[in-house]
Design a protein around this ligand. Structure first.
Ligand code: ZN
Length: 196
């Protein structure tokens, strides 16, 4: 079932979500939510979707980065962003640990801030301690683009959006991003505008 993606301005996107009780994870309710969120993410399409984005205040998100999304990016960007396919998986009650706080800049967007994009600095390397949809405790290690996805989704679970972390002077409509910046680096963006 495809769900409605809620947009910035809804209180649920600005509230800390509630942790899911471990015994709750395997219930039909949570399993159905995971399935519906997967369908909604693929339909959007997006590389991640957090429960508050579909109006559910729970600490749960789905993530998937497909090879066909990456194929559409220029190869030098794929390399710079260290973007590799990430199979579908679920993170529940994640705890984020920054392993390498060397900020990497990239344009980023959000399905809940539809129509815009901006440069967001994110840590290059992180870990997430969490539960999966089978109620197993897991630790994820991620770097590059995958680390960015984790930081973005875990922010959602605490009521944060990328606009809280973006370089505000880089804000662009999605149309202008695709027209002007899609194939260019953040460095090229900063060189083309005054100040940062
Ligand atoms: Zn988002």
């Amino acid at each position: 079932m495809k769900l409605k993606i809620w947009q910035a301005g809804e209180p649920v996107l600005r509230q800390k979500a509630r942790p899911v009780a471990v015994e709750e994870i395997t219930t039909p309710t949570i399993q159905a939510l995971v399935e519906a969120m997967a369908e909604t993410m693929r339909d959007a399409p997006g590389v991640g979707l957090a429960a508050p984005q579909v109006g559910v205040p729970l600490q749960l998100a789905v993530i998937e980065d497909l090879p066909e999304y990456i194929d559409r990016m220029p190869a030098d960007q794929v390399k710079r962003l260290e973007r590799v396919p990430v199979p579908f998986h679920v993170i529940i009650n994640p705890k984020l640990i920054i392993d390498e706080w060397e900020p990497v800049e990239s344009f980023e967007g959000c399905l809940s801030v539809a129509g815009y994009s901006a440069i967001v600095p994110r840590a290059r390397k992180v870990r997430a301690e969490c539960w999966n949809e089978k109620a197993e405790a897991i630790t994820i290690e991620a770097h590059g683009w995958y680390a960015r996805i984790l930081q973005h989704e875990i922010d959602h679970l605490h009521g944060f959006l990328y606009v809280d972390r973006m370089k505000s002077r880089s804000l662009t409509t999605l149309d202008n991003y695709l027209r002007n910046w899609k194939d260019r680096t953040p460095e090229q963006f900063w060189a083309a505008v005054d100040g940062d």
